[in-house]
Design a protein around this ligand. Structure first.
Ligand SMILES: Nc1ncnc2c1ncn2[C@@H]1O[C@H](COP(=O)(O)OP(=O)(O)OP(=O)(O)O)[C@@H](O)[C@H]1O
Ligand SMILES: [Mg+2]
Length: 384
């Protein structure tokens, strides 16, 4: 089919690290990527064809992005979904559909959707915004309190094991979910395009830092049986299919003690658990996100080795302009890849980048990770 170039003007709502990592795929395809972000010189704005500076809920800013774009996609889900739904009704092509973004924004609505669609998920009840402890005890401890909206990176999630945990509860509209004690968390990236073609990457195992409720590192492929791996891919595809829209999705799963899979949540965009795909898979999650947007045949998702990805977060005790130490040690490893996100301010715990290690087996990579972590530090230039 004859196509004129540039192939498309792609608008991205949000100019964070995910849009920044989408830029190489756009450039390779002669796609002009414009991002909308409130920050001047946002991580993606630094490398994109263009940036509109504006709030992600601002109707004028979203309209301006749509006017400059043939297709609109997302770097995050905390965006003005109602406005986007109106713009989509007026004919702007959005992948995924903003109705799905809106559904996913509300974790409680997302859970109800899974229940209604026959997607297995941990048992839950709504407790609104003024619950008492008796309701929590009746549901059963331990459990997890989750905010309906606004949570990310573990904020908006609070594990309740005792009355004193309850005293420190989230003071917002929330629901309770049964605590899943299996201890293994998987994630599967899925891409789907308009033709209906879908691909699911190999499940990755997310190793979570229990103190921060934040991803510590991930390993691909997950250290589970082949049968469970295939089941996870099938469930992830079923979950994406339930939304009936296209794009790239990160499906987070729990493995229960008795080996069953439950869907935790879905990100309707590129995801931390797919960062290894940049170097470790035939086609990266970002390239497949772009192909899904352009309705091009999706690329192969095979792994070319074992991979481990870890976030680089700001060291505690420092703020200010970012500085990095220990890059030499990482760089001398045989198959190590760094991604720094171009953020101009570093705070404790802020995601500043990630790195991926590729090798032949998990144990070797975990050893490499431990040695890298002894020297590689990103922090602000000023002690707090
Ligand atoms: N029902 C549960 N049982 C056990 N652990 C849970 C449960 N729900 C959440 N967690 C833990 O808390 C982490 C964060 O929860 P969740 O993914 O729902 O929140 P989030 O704020 O969207 O996090 P992120 O942005 O890191 O994905 C999970 O990865 C898991 O480790
Ligand atoms: Mg999560």
């Amino acid at each position: 089919m004859l196509k004129s170039l540039p192939l498309a003007r792609l608008g991205v709502v949000g100019g964070g690290q995910l849009a920044r990592m989408l830029a190489p795929a756009c450039n390779a395809h002669h796609v002009q990527m414009t991002v909308l972000d409130p920050l001047h010189n946002s991580p993606a704005g630094q490398v994109a064809y263009g940036q509109i500076q504006g709030a992600l809920h601002d109707p004028d800013a979203l309209k301006a992005l749509c006017e400059q774009s043939d297709i609109v996609t997302f770097d995050l889900e905390n965006v003005g979904a109602d406005i986007l739904m109106t713009l989509a009704d007026q004919g702007v092509e959005m992948i995924p559909a903003p109705a799905t973004i809106r559904l996913i924004q509300n974790k409680f609505a997302q859970k109800c959707h899974y229940q209604a669609s026959g997607v297995p998920t941990a048992e839950f009840i709504d407790i609104g915004d003024d619950p008492d402890f008796a309701a929590v005890e009746a549901f059963g401890l331990p459990c997890v309190q989750k905010a309906h909206t606004g949570g990310y990176d573990g904020r908006g999630v609070h594990v309740i094991r005792s009355a004193s945990d309850w005293d420190r509860r989230l003071k917002t509209k929330s629901f309770l979910e049964k605590f899943v004690s299996g201890g293994t968390e998987l994630a599967v990236m899925v891409a789907r395009r308009a033709s209906g073609e879908m691909v699911a990457y190999d499940p990755v195992e997310m190793v979570v830092d229990p103190a921060l409720n934040l991803l510590d590192y991930l390993v691909a492929p997950a250290r589970v049986s082949d049968a469970l791996r295939v089941q996870a891919q099938e469930l992830a595809k079923q979950t994406v299919e339930s939304f009936g829209t296209d794009g790239l999705f990160g499906v987070e799963l729990f493995v229960t003690n008795d080996g069953h899979l439950l869907v935790n949540e879905v990100a309707p965009r590129a995801h931390n658990s797919g960062h290894h795909t940049i170097e470790a898979c035939v086609t990266s999650q970002f390239e497949n996100q772009l192909r899904a947007c352009l309705d091009l045949p999706l690329g192969a998702v095979e792994l070319r080795g074992v991979a481990l990805t870890a976030n680089l977060v700001g060291e505690s005790g420092f703020i200010g302009s970012p500085v990095i130490e220990g890059l030499e040690d990482l760089s001398q490893l045989p198959d190590a890849h760094i991604h720094l996100y171009g953020k101009d301010e570093c705070r404790p715990g802020r995601k500043m980048g990630h790195f991926t290690l590729i090798g032949n087996n998990h144990d070797e990579l975990i050893q490499q990770l431990e040695s890298v972590r002894r020297s590689l530090v990103v922090r602000g230039d000023t002690p707090q």
